[in-house]
Structures are given as C-alpha cells and as structure tokens.
Design a binder for this molecule. Structure first.
Ligand SMILES: Nc1ccn([C@@H]2O[C@H](COP(=O)(O)O)[C@@H](O)[C@H]2O)c(=O)n1
Length: 282
C-alpha cells in the first residue's frame, strides 16, 4: 500500500477544518465500482456492477461474448491518459448504450438479482463495515454516485448489511415491466465522464445536502472529481483517489487532481482513519 500526498500541509489543514466545522456539516460523496468495491481479489480483477450481470448465468453465451468484446474495446479508451475527456464522452455513451441494449434483450428478471449478486465474485473493500456503520452512527449522509447499475450495487450493500438510511444512491437503474422482466434502463444515462451537476440538478436528495459544506469525496477515476460540483458554497473538500490501474502512467495526473492518492490499496483504512479523527470529540 502506498499513500501519496502532494501537499501534506494543505491536507492536514482541510482535515482540521472539517473537524472544527462539525459532524452536521459533513457529507461523504463516493463512487461505487472499484472505490467502495475492490479492484482485485486473489490476483484477479473483481467485477464491476455491470460485469456481475454480464458474467451471470442469466445472460446467454452469445450475449456474454458480445458484452466482453465491448469491455475489451471500450475500457482501454476509458482509462487512456492520452485522450481528452471531450474525446472520451461520446465513446462512453456508445459503450453504456450498447451494453444496456444487449442486457435489455436477455429477459433478466428482477427477482433474479439477489441470486446473481450472491453468485458473483464481488467484494467490498476491507473496512467497508466500519465506514458505513460510523457514518450511520454520526448521521453523516453517504451519497453514492455511480455509473454502474443501481439495482446491483444496492443489492451488494444490502447483502453486506450496511444499507443504512443515511445511504443514498444515484446510478443507472433498470426498468422492469409488470412481469418483472428487464425492458430498458431508465434515463439519464450515467457514464464515467458525466458524473456532475448535469445529472444531479433535478435530484431532490442532492438539493437537501447543500448545507453539508464539508465534503469527503472518494473516487477512482478522473471522472469522479466532478461528483461534488453541484454542492453550492463548498467550504472544505478532501478528494481521495484510489489509483487502481496503469499506476505508473497515471500517477502524476492523479497527484495533481486528488489530495490523497492510494496505490495498490484494497482497504478503506485511510478513509476510516480520517473519519475517526474528524468524527470524534478530542
Ligand atoms: N458496460 C459497462 C460499462 C461500464 N463498466 C465499468 O463500470 C464502471 C462504473 O463506473 P463507476 O462510476 O461506478 O466507477 C466504469 O469504470 C466502467 O469501467 C463496465 O464494467 N461495463
């Protein structure tokens, strides 16, 4: 595990200011896939919420092959440090749209979701229970903003027994017909690079959080950096980034963008350490 911080004094100042502002001013805004969930398990890649569906028994062999082809084509584009966000955005819309179209042809049942999640290899990062339980205990909102599949990630959190009332999710949700069969995905489409105010503007929940002006932001991609853009008058924001892939190539960019960069870290220990300090009276 390597923790890298470009400006340690600035980071210490933000954390101190958060503690002074108090619990009632704090919120955590977090990405889900590869941020709250693990990137690697036992030397292999852990699945994203999309992958959980893609690899499940409810998808035909041909469907699985096509979804894998999409992943192999578009994922390198998603993380390519040489392409601009402007270049990537239309391609991400293309990927998500094609994948959602394919999944919508598979007659997936809503009632199958708990089993699909149970049979998958997904794992939350070590220390997830401490994180969720502490935020719940201190009534700190945890806002999960994900370009994954909302129905799947909610089920993961539910099965881990940490879907507390302070947790709210904005993500891509499946649209089932009256028989509980997946027909399409609901709008708006959220992909890695539109996680910002354009999607959040109309969500009531986000408006309610405008008084929470101290923010801990957790992400794993450059697209996650804009997740708090809709919060007016942010006073303190600490951006913590998990650098999971292409570590050497992306290090400098991550260090410029995130206040704290965690390399090869499958835990939430650093985040929990900060929260322990911010949320206890000393
Ligand atoms: N069909 C797809 C589309 C996207 N992904 C990956 O899921 C991640 C979801 O985004 P978060 O904002 O929750 O991190 C994204 O990074 C894509 O790589 C996928 O696996 N299949």
């Amino acid at each position: 595990i390597t923790v890298r911080i470009k400006d340690p004094e600035r980071v210490a100042g933000i954390i101190r200011a958060m503690k002074e502002q108090g619990t009632h001013k704090l919120q955590v805004i977090s990405d889900f896939d590869m941020t709250l969930s693990r990137f690697g398990c036992n030397g292999r890649r852990c699945p994203t919420s999309h992958n959980i569906l893609d690899n499940s028994r409810v998808v035909s062999e041909e469907g699985r092959r096509q979804l894998k082809d999409l992943l192999h084509y578009y994922y390198p584009i998603e993380i390519d440090p040489k392409r601009t966000l402007e270049e990537k955005r239309p391609l991400m819309v293309e990927w998500w749209s094609k994948a959602h179209e394919l999944l919508s042809q598979q007659k997936i049942l809503k009632s199958d979701i708990p089993q699909i999640v149970r049979e998958s290899d997904v794992m939350l990062r070590d220390g997830f229970d401490e994180l969720f339980n502490r935020l719940h205990k201190y009534n700190v909102p945890l806002f999960i903003f994900s370009a994954g599949v909302g129905d799947i990630l909610e089920e993961i959190i539910r099965q881990a027994n940490v879907f507390h009332p302070n947790v709210n999710v904005v993500s891509n949700y499946m649209d089932f017909d009256d028989n509980g069969v997946l027909r399409r995905f609901k709008a708006p489409l959220i992909h890695t690079y539109n996680k910002n105010n354009s999607v959040l503007r109309d969500t009531e929940y986000f408006q309610q959080l405008s008084a929470r002006t101290s923010i801990i932001l957790l992400g794993d991609s450059m697209g996650d950096l804009t997740m708090a853009d809709g919060v007016p008058s942010v006073e303190n924001i600490l951006k913590i980034g998990f650098l999971n892939d292409k570590v050497e190539e992306q290090r400098e960019r991550y260090l410029d963008a995130y206040d704290v960069v965690l390399e090869s870290d499958e835990t939430l220990d650093v985040v929990n350490g900060i929260l322990r300090f911010v949320l206890t009276e000393t």
